[in-house]
Design a protein around this ligand. Structure first.
Ligand SMILES: [Cu+2]
Length: 116
């Protein structure tokens, strides 16, 4: 039973991860982020001026983030999203969301390996 619980904990850890993008000196850091389907990204504005994280295709939008404010978005579908700051259009970034199936197979292989 302990083994099973450990396994479940490991799987849930693998299943959804959280990532951070800092907005600092008018730059999204990291400018390109690669995640898996189901992962969550949190943008935090470290600058003194307001920024946004707004998808170019408008599917998601942080709205105005003032200094120190954060906004999170969970990416449920794979794909590539280019985004920008509506106040400073030269500020751009990309989130690449990879499909979950490949990662699950890889993770299962690793997990099974632990118990062999
Ligand atoms: Cu901005």
């Amino acid at each position: 039973m302990k083994r099973l619980l450990f396994l479940l904990a490991l799987v849930s850890t693998v299943a959804a991860a959280e990532y951070s993008v800092d907005i600092s000196d008018f730059v999204f850091d990291p400018v390109t982020l690669t995640i898996m389907e189901g992962d969550t990204v949190t943008w935090t504005n470290l600058d003194q001026v307001p920024h946004t994280a707004t998808a170019d295709d408008a599917t998601w939008d942080s709205g105005t983030l003032n200094h120190g404010e954060s906004w999170s978005h969970t990416f449920d579908a794979s794909g590539t999203w280019d985004y920008h700051c509506t106040f400073h259009p030269m500020m751009t970034g990309t989130v690449v969301v990879e499909p979950q199936s490949g990662a699950e197979n890889g993770s299962w292989g690793e997990i099974k390996g632990l118990f062999n």
